[in-house]
Design a protein around this ligand. Structure first.
Ligand code: Q9C
Ligand code: ZN
Length: 346
């Protein structure tokens, strides 16, 4: 397995996220990846490398030009409002809900923060753009290596995560959709049909929305029931895709408290769908926030279960790209994620 490491990830280090009326320390922290890297040094499941420069044209096929332009300049705009802002994170606080104009680009910075986001839990910091771009480069490089045939599987060892980010919005700790970029890269690399099988605790709303009307990319997500779990407003079982993409989205929502037996049965349903679709390559947004000790999630998977997840994913027999997504029980993140990779094999 090829492992593509985002060595610039620490440049994205949010201080606070909004939770129940308070700013609380960010769950999505740089030490998550440090633990994962340390575990990969203990148990070398693959070769660690760094990506080349990011393919800007590819980035612009997944994300809208005005969103990318906003992200590129957002930090400078934030500090220009007040030099003291350099010591603070930028968080949105106003959003255009139903009936508001989303077509007009406001001059006001706070208004644009809200236009391009969907929560107040995703701080934009001085290095967020640099870190997210390098992460995207890792996902693309991982997929290119798989598409070229130089490796059968690859892991984008990166943060911030990506699966909540849509064409033109950030949220859920995500800015650029690494899994979508990987899927598009596999398509461009000659795989006619690509499947995304998202095993993070949270619904992969960004990836679903990006591919919702496309028939060439299947999106499947196993996750906490959105009726009670973030991201709340998408991820129900009746969302099956539209237009050319009709029948090419499958959501498998599961109740809080779900244990490994039921979770694994849902994974089996997801894998059946990948097979039925006739996928030639697979992208796995890998979150380990399904772990029993996760501080913001409510499934009860144990560390040993992650080996089985890896084995089950390998049974699809497809060239596979993993992107690293959630998992906030920091001390166990490395063990659980590497268990998946070890169970998967090469
Ligand atoms: N204070 C990923 O796992 N809200 N994102 C949590 C807890 C956001 C999770 C609320 C959760 C986002 C990639
Ligand atoms: Zn998650």
């Amino acid at each position: 397995m090829l492992i593509v490491h985002n060595t610039l990830h620490r440049q994205h280090a949010g201080r606070h996220e909004m939770f129940r009326g308070r700013l609380v320390p960010c769950h999505e922290s740089p030490d998550r990846l440090d633990h994962l890297l340390a575990e990969l040094h203990k148990r070398p499941v693959g070769t660690i490398t760094e990506p080349g420069p990011l393919d800007e044209a590819l980035l612009a096929r997944i994300h809208s030009p005005r969103y990318l332009q906003f992200l590129a300049g957002a930090w400078d705009e934030w500090v220009a409002l007040d030099p003291a802002n350099a010591e603070l994170d930028a968080l949105p606080s106003v959003w255009p809900v139903r009936g508001f104009r989303a077509d007009v680009l406001p001059a006001n910075f706070a208004a644009r923060m809200g236009l391009f986001s969907f929560d107040a839990g995703t701080p934009l910091t001085a290095g967020s753009w640099t870190a997210a771009r390098q992460g995207a480069a890792c996902a693309v490089a991982a997929a290119q290596a798989v598409a070229s045939g130089s490796t059968r599987s690859a892991f984008a060892l990166t943060r911030p995560p990506g699966h909540h980010a849509g064409t033109d919005f950030f949220g859920g700790y995500c800015f650029l959709n690494n899994a979508a970029l990987a899927a598009q890269t596999l398509r461009d690399g000659g795989f006619e049909r690509v499947a995304v099988l998202d095993v993070d605790y949270h619904h992969g709303n960004g990836t679903q929305s990006i591919f919702y009307a496309r028939g060439d990319v299947l999106t499947v997500s196993l996750h906490g029931d959105p009726s009670t779990e973030y991201p709340f407003y998408l991820g129900y079982a009746d969302e099956r895709g539209e237009g050319e993409g009709a029948g090419c989205n499958l959501n498998l929502p599961l109740p809080r408290g779900t244990g490994f037996a039921d979770w694994r049965a849902a994974l089996g349903r997801g894998l059946d769908e990948v097979k039925r679709f006739g996928a030639q390559a697979l992208v796995v947004p890998l979150g380990v926030d399904t772990f029993e000790g996760d501080p913001i999630s409510a499934f009860t998977l144990r560390s040993a279960d992650y080996f089985d997840i890896g084995r089950d994913l390998a049974s699809a027999g497809l060239p596979t790209v993993f992107t690293f997504e959630g998992g906030y029980a920091v001390a166990e993140v490395g063990i659980n994620a590497v268990n998946v990779l070890e169970g998967f094999g090469s």
